[in-house]
Design a protein. Structure first.
Length: 215
């Protein structure tokens, strides 16, 4: 696995890293949902009917599940420092420009450690900010790390179901670090991505939002 070490600017990452922001929003949504379920449970219990007691118990269980989700999500993802340290350095490029952001397309090895060979795929991610890069330039090279996970713990596949690139620029303000990351990725991978730009709009419709490619 190709690693890339650099000092993560935690303050910068907290302000611009959209992976961290997604987890933060998921946590708040889970807590708000828990409060709504608690309020519903209280109302149902106050009604004092046999059926309302049963539904109130269900609402309480749902509230507990939402609270568990709020605290489980950050632990599952890990800290931003861990994500950069454990992720594989991968090439990504600006494939589509949008009025309020851009779509990145990355070339990622989606194989799990148990797989007998690499499984490369094109994946995309829509982003809103990209400091340190010209986000309006199609083909702009955006070195990233891969963030990999499954939808459930029961997956038996040799490849990860959920794959996303996380730009190095979301972890540092230093342009020298970004240039060093670009240089550590083979030029053949950058060329393959550039040739694949026309496939960017097809990726979201593919299985697991991944288009397998040979490298």
């Amino acid at each position: 696995m190709r690693r890339f070490e650099f000092p993560v600017d935690s303050a910068h990452a907290k302000s611009v890293n959209e992976t961290v922001g997604d987890v933060r929003r998921l946590r708040w949504a889970a807590l708000i949902t828990a409060l709504l379920f608690v309020a519903l449970a209280v109302w149902l219990i106050v009604l004092a009917h046999p059926w309302s007691y049963a539904l109130g118990a269900v609402a309480i269980v749902a509230a507990v599940g939402s609270v568990w989700m709020a605290f489980w999500a950050p632990r599952k993802v890990g800290s931003v420092e861990d994500l950069y340290a454990n992720g594989e350095l991968v090439p990504a490029i600006v494939a589509v420009t949008r009025p309020r952001g851009a779509t990145l397309m990355a070339l990622v090895n989606t194989a799990k450690p148990s797989a007998d060979r690499p499984h490369y795929a094109l994946v995309t991610r829509t982003i809103r900010t990209l400091p340190g890069h010209a986000m309006t330039n199609v083909g702009e090279r955006v070195p990233s790390v891969s963030v990999l996970s499954d939808r459930s713990t029961n997956s038996q596949s040799d490849t990860w179901e959920m794959v996303s690139p996380m730009p190095i620029a979301w972890g540092t303000r230093d342009p020298k670090v970004i240039r060093r990351a670009i240089e550590q990725i083979p030029n053949a991978e950058w060329k393959l991505l550039t040739k694949s730009i026309p496939l960017a709009d097809d990726v979201p419709r593919a299985k697991n939002q991944q288009i397998p490619v040979d490298l």
